[in-house]
Structures are given as structure tokens and as C-alpha cells.
Design a protein around this ligand. Structure first.
Ligand code: GDP
Ligand code: MG
Length: 662
């Protein structure tokens, strides 16, 4: 049996999903966290699965993730829909509930956040509400794991006995009622053939939801009949078609809530949130405050906590390498194998691993921002600025996720409802410096600018953003005409970040990093070690200048002459970076050793190198994600070439100008 979790964004669907399944999906205190469909097994009930869907406000979808959720309900026909309603926001949430009831599939209403509701003096007469809506209502608190077991039982019952909603008509007699009635009559046969409820189909036709209307395949005559009824209704009510239906639903919700719900006082959380927002979303202070917060995070991550932990980790890895080295020498092992283990594995993978703490610390802070609800404010505050460069405030969520990894960031653009905004955001996201580039920056900064760690790091992030802005402005002028569509996003209350969520996110990040270190980077390291150890006749070389790799890398190296690093070792490192950005570090470590990088570059060419790494092609996983989301190989390929060209030009400018100045 399969249950689907359906509800507004940020009402606690993923929290409930995690309680049901014992899994650890990402819960965030802002809309748009879940953009794909996740399935899991219910622990307390064998043979039952539950599906977490992206949040939707109504069944009239605009964005890709909303369409995903709606189509799942219609096409996959879950055995029971668990409709989660945020009790503290019940009127607006019930709008979707009424639509689900119209679909006439089994629905159970899970009234979530009851803990917050009760503690602020609110209450709900669930029996009454259940009677008024014709579906079971179960009060729960997903976060506190209250009522969750009971909910599973009731959902199971409802699904097993296939209990449909008892009421399907929420409309008092009048023009709207007449219209629904006559349209239902016309579309009935068509709807049943499609396996959707006639009343739901009728409402889709009245509201003008195109794809469903089209799938009904009405003939000309029937269509005219429907339009005629709708025009009649519009004339009699004086409202347009959408407003008339919305008005019908809200009127019913209002009267139901008046009878079954005692509203809570304004909650402490809300009062507190309003106070905090007076500062954090203040007209003039908001942006400076945001910049200060980001600066503080970078400073703490790169200069204080992360750097220290990272040095510690590097020390540990060096000790381990020395120990293994002594062991292998004592054992008298073949020197080529010894070189593979020490120079290849420890030198390459080990060096990359030593940057893990920095990344974990950065994610600790970012997850705090997200979980407290501040991230949602950032979207709100940045909207005006983003609009100027042709993006919508919603784009900020993917862009911020892009600081972590471009792959989920590109996927997060699914929350954007206009195709134009979405494509534009996908193109800007790779300019946000992802966390895999941190090891590269750290390695070069340690070698060339040790006294300006935090500063250079921040400069890298800012440079990426500036490049993104310029790219946006140019593409707005030439490619993406028109304006971003306005967005509405409610600001959730500030909450104390949950330790569990934070630790989980850090763990996820670390796991992902480990995974890459021991797969892609491990393999790349060994291949690089191999190619630099042997020449074309597979003899071991004494100097890696004679190796296979030197020949291949040397052929490409001249391309980077204008950037000040026409060295085969660097061009090879950049190529392996296409697999995973951290591989730039492992490759350089294998080829020149950790310390001797200083002999390859000057501070000016190091700066050009940093800029090139910041801007050149995203890694192969990100390119695949971009290709998938744009559904065009051609566009993705073009974008990769374009980014490399931009990186080359910017790197060359830095080197040429820098050489003149210093
Ligand atoms: P989704 O967008 O519907 O998947 O919502 P999430 O599961 O990501 O949760 C949104 C926010 O609501 C998170 O900050 C949760 O911690 C919080 N939350 C979820 N359920 C409850 C609850 O029962 N009580 C309270 N007080 N907070 C909750
Ligand atoms: Mg979610």
C-alpha cells in the first residue's frame, strides 16, 4: 500500500516522512527544500510505503515541482493521500484540502503543529471538522512524534476499505452551484474514461486548467456548452471564473473553521519573529546585516575553526603516511608500489581529505542559517536586487545551495515557476563557488598568501558572485528577455535550529566528500600516478618530465601561456578537475608534492590560476545535472565551452594586469 504526503510548503511533510520511515531526509525551515519525490517504508506497518512530495498550495500548479506533485496524485493513484495541514495556518491550508476532496480519492487529514497550536491557547474540535469535511481528521505533532502511529493506522484503514470523502459538494445553491452542476454533467463520461472524478474535472474546466481540460478531449459542442455555463456564472456573480471558485471554497472554509476551530493567540514564536524581523529585514540594514553574517561565517570557517582543524587533520595524515612508509621500507617492498601508496594514495587522496574539516564547518553555519528560518528572509531581502539583474527572489535558494554543490542547486531551480527564470538561474548557479573548490583555494592560499587566508577566500566567493551578476546582466540583455515573475513566499517563524538536523547535514556533507575522495579522486590519483611514473615503453622514469603524462599535458599547456602557467602539471591538474574539483589538489600533490607548488607559480599567476579554477567548467556531475534540467545536451555543452572561455579571459586579465602592477 502506498500513501502520499500532500500539503503546503513548510507544513512538516518531510518531518512526518522521517518519523514514519525512520529516515533522515533534509528538513529545512523554508519552502522549496523538497523538490523531488522520496519513497520510504513505514516502520510500524509492514507492506506500506509513504511518498514525500514537494509542497503545493493548490492543485493549480505553476512550478515544475508543483506539477510533479499534482501529476503524482493523478497518475500514480496512491492508495491514500495524507493531507498535512499546518494547524496554525489552517484556513489557507484547507484550500488544498478541498481540492483533494474534490478528487474523490481516499484522503486523511493530518492536523500538524498541534503542539504549537495548543501551547498558544488554540484548539480544534477534530470530530466536528471531520464531519464538516467528510474525511478523517487526526491531530498530530510530527516534530514531537505525537499521534503519528494513530495516523498510520487510520490511513491504513481508509486505504484498505477504500473510503472516499463523504462530501463532494461544498457549494451552496446559487449561480456557482448551477455552473458546476451543468459542467459536471457535460464532462462526466470523459472524466470517467480518464479515471478522474467528474466533479474535479468540471472544476478544472471551469478554472481553465489547460492540461487537464485538454486530456478530457471534449468535442467542440461540449466545450461551447461548458464555456456558456461559465460565462453565465461570471455574469451572475460579477466575479471572474477563478475568483468565483476560490470564493466558493474560502466561504466554506471560513464557516467550517468558525464552527470547529478556536484560533490561538498570536504565538510567542510569532511575536519574537516579528521583533527579530524588524532588524533583519529592515529596509536599510537588512543587506549590510546579511553581508556581516556571511563575512563572520567565512572568517570563522577559513581563519579560525576550520583552518585549525584542517591543520590538525593534515598533521594526522602525515603521521600516518610516515608510519606506513617506515613499515613498507622495513618490509622491503618494491619501491614502485611504495611510491604508489605514499606519493599516490597518501599524497593525493590524503591531501584532499585534510580539507574536510573546513567544509564541514562551513556547512555547520549554513545549516544554522537555514534551520533558523533566516534563509527565507534572505530570499525576501535579496528580491529587489535580484530583480534588477533579471532574476527573481526565489532564485536565491538555488544560488545559496550552489555554495555547497551545484548538483542539488540546479535541481532546486524546480521551485521556480517561470521557464525563463529557471533557465537563467541554472546558468548563474555554477558561478557560485562550490565547496569542492575549497581544497584548491586552501592549498594555493596556504602556499602563496598565507597571511590573507580569510580575505582571499572571501574574495573568491565575491568574485564568483560578481561574475554571476555580470553574466546575468549580459544574458538578460541578449538572451533572456522579459521580466522575472513576482514571487510570494511566506516567512516561517524563527526557530531554534535542531541539533539533529544540523549534525545530519554535516554528516551528509562529510559522507559525500569521503565518497568522492575514495572513488573518483582515488581513481584519478592512481591514474595520474601511473601516467607520471612510466614512459611510453612502460619503463619507470627517473624524472617525470619524461613520462607519458608530461607529453600529453605538455601538448595542452601552451593554452595557458597567457595566464602565466604554461606547465604540463597544471594543465593536467585542471583536466582532472573536470571529474571532481578536489582532484586538482590530488593531482598537483602527486605531481609536484605539497610544498613545491611554490616553484611552479608566482603570486600573480597563482591569482590567475585561482580565478580560472573558480570560473571554468563545472564538474562532470554538475554538467550532467544541468543537461538533465535543461533537457538539452547542446545547451549544456555550449555552456561548458562558454564558461571555460570566460574563465580563460578573466584569468588572462588577472595575470596581465597583475604582471604590470607587481
Ligand atoms: P515540508 O516543507 O512540509 O517538508 O516541512 P519540513 O518537514 O521541512 O518542516 C518545516 C519546519 O516545520 C521545520 O522547521 C520543522 O522543524 C517544523 N515542524 C514540523 N513539524 C512540526 C511540529 O509538529 N511542531 C512544530 N512546532 N514544528 C514542526
Ligand atoms: Mg519537505
Amino acid at each position: 500500500m502506498r500513501f502520499a504526503l500532500v500539503g503546503n510548503p513548510n507544513c512538516g511533510k518531510t518531518t512526518l516522512f522521517n518519523q514514519f520511515t525512520g529516515s533522515n531526509q533534509h528538513v529545512g525551515n523554508f519552502p522549496g527544500v523538497t523538490v523531488s519525490i522520496k519513497t520510504g517504508k513505514i516502520r510500524s506497518r509492514a507492506n506500506c510505503t509513504v511518498v514525500d512530495l514537494p509542497g503545493i498550495y493548490s492543485l493549480r500548479p505553476y512550478a515544475a515541482d508543483e506539477i510533479l506533485a499534482r501529476d503524482f496524485i493523478i497518475n500514480e493513484k496512491p492508495d491514500c493521500i495524507i493531507n498535512i495541514v499546518d494547524a496554525t495556518n489552517i484556513e489557507r491550508n484547507l484550500y488544498l484540502t478541498l481540492q483533494l476532496i474534490h478528487m474523490q480519492t481516499p484522503v486523511v487529514l493530518a492536523l500538524n503543529m498541534m503542539d504549537e497550536m495548543r501551547s498558544n491557547g488554540g484548539s480544534v474540535d477534530t470530530a466536528k471538522l471531520s464531519e464538516l469535511l467528510g474525511i478523517p481528521v487526526v491531530p498530530i505533532s510530527a516534530a514531537k512524534n505525537q499521534g503519528v502511529g494513530e495516523l498510520a493506522e487510520i490511513a491504513y484503514e481508509t486505504a484498505a476499505r477504500h473510503i472516499r470523502p463523504k462530501i463532494s459538494d461544498f457549494c451552496p445553491p446559487g449561480p456557482v452551484h448551477r455552473c458546476i452542476h451543468s459542467v459536471t454533467h457535460v464532462v462526466e463520461d470523459h472524466a470517467e474514461r480518464q479515471g478522474i472524478s467528474p466533479r474535479y474535472a468540471a472544476l478544472c474546466v471551469i478554472e481553465g486548467i489547460e492540461d487537464i481540460t485538454k486530456s478530457l478531449a471534449l468535442d467542440e459542442n461540449e466545450y461551447e456548452l461548458c464555456e456558456h455555463s461559465v460565462l453565465e456564472m461570471e455574469r451572475e456573480t460579477g466575479l471572474d471564473r477563478y475568483a468565483a471558485i476560490a470564493d466558493m471554497r474560502y466561504t466554506y472554509i471560513e464557516s467550517a473553521c468558525a464552527r470547529a476551530v478556536k484560533r490561538p493567540e498570536e504565538s510567542q514564536e510569532h511575536i519574537r519573529s516579528r521583533r527579530i524581523d524588524n532588524i533583519l529585514t529592515h529596509r536599510t540594514f537588512a543587506i549590510p546585516v546579511f553581508l556581516c553574517i556571511m563575512l563572520a561565517i567565512f572568517y570563522l570557517t577559513f581563519d579560525v575553526i576550520g583552518a585549525w582543524l584542517s591543520d590538525l587533520m593534515a598533521f594526522g595524515i602525515d603521521q600516518a603516511a610516515a608510519l606506513v612508509d617506515r613499515g613498507l621500507t622495513a618490509y622491503g617492498i618494491n619501491p614502485v608500489v611504495q611510491s604508489l601508496v605514499i606519493d599516490g594514495v597518501f599524497g593525493g587522496v590524503g591531501n584532499v581529505l585534510s580539507f574536510l574539516p573546513i567544509i564541514v564547518v562551513l556547512f555547520f553555519f549554513l545549516s544554522m542559517l537555514e534551520d533558523t528560518g533566516y534563509m527565507a528572509r534572505v530570499a525576501f531581502v535579496m528580491d529587489k536586487i535580484l530583480r534588477k539583474i533579471g532574476l527573481s527572489g526565489r532564485s536565491i535558494v538555488p544560488l545559496l545551495i550552489g555554495f555547497g554543490c551545484t548538483v542539488p542547486a540546479v535541481m532546486a531551480t524546480r521551485t521556480l515557476s517561470s521557464d525563463r527564470d529557471r533557465r537563467m538561474t541554472i546558468f548563474i548557479t555554477p558561478f557560485m563557488s562550490c565547496s569542492a573548490k575549497i581544497p584548491v583555494y586552501s592549498m594555493l592560499v596556504a602556499a602563496f598568501f598565507p597571511r590573507y587566508r580569510g580575505l582571499v577566500m572571501t574574495a573568491m566567493y565575491v568574485a564568483g558572485m560578481v561574475a554571476g551578476v555580470v553574466f546575468a546582466l549580459v544574458s538578460k540583455k541578449f538572451v533572456f528577455h522579459g521580466n522575472p515573475i513576482p514571487f510570494v513566499m511566506e516567512l516561517p517563524n524563527y526557530r531554534m535550529p535542531s541539533m539533529k538536523t544540523t549534525l545530519l547535514l554535516m554528516w551528509e556533507k562529510a559522507e559525500d566528500f569521503f565518497h568522492r575522495a575514495f572513488s573518483v579522486i582515488f581513481v584519478a590519483t592512481i591514474v595520474i600516478w601511473f601516467l607520471q611514473t612510466f614512459d611510453i615503453r612502460l619503463d619507470v622514469v627517473t624524472n617525470n618530465e619524461q613520462s607519458i603524462l608530461a607529453r600529453v599535458g605538455g601538448a595542452i599547456a601552451p593554452v595557458f601561456g597567457a595566464l602565466g602557467f604554461a606547465d604540463w602539471r597544471i594543465s593536467t591538474a585542471l583536466i582532472t578537475g573536470f571529474m571532481a574539483k578536489e582532484a586538482v589538489v590530488s593531482t598537483l600533490s602527486v605531481l609536484v608534492g605539497k610544498l613545491e607548488i611554490i616553484s611552479l607559480l608566482t603570486p600573480v599567476s597563482a591569482a590567475a590560476f585561482l580565478v580560472f579554477v573558480l570560473l571554468y567548467t563545472p564538474c562532470v556531475a554538475a554538467v550532467a545535472a544541468i543537461r538533465r534540467e535543461l533537457s538539452s545536451t547542446w545547451k549544456a555543452g555550449f555552456f561548458v565551452v562558454l564558461q571555460c572561455a570566460i574563465a580563460w579571459v578573466c584569468g588572462a586579465v588577472v595575470y596581465q594586469v597583475g604582471s604590470l602592477l607587481f
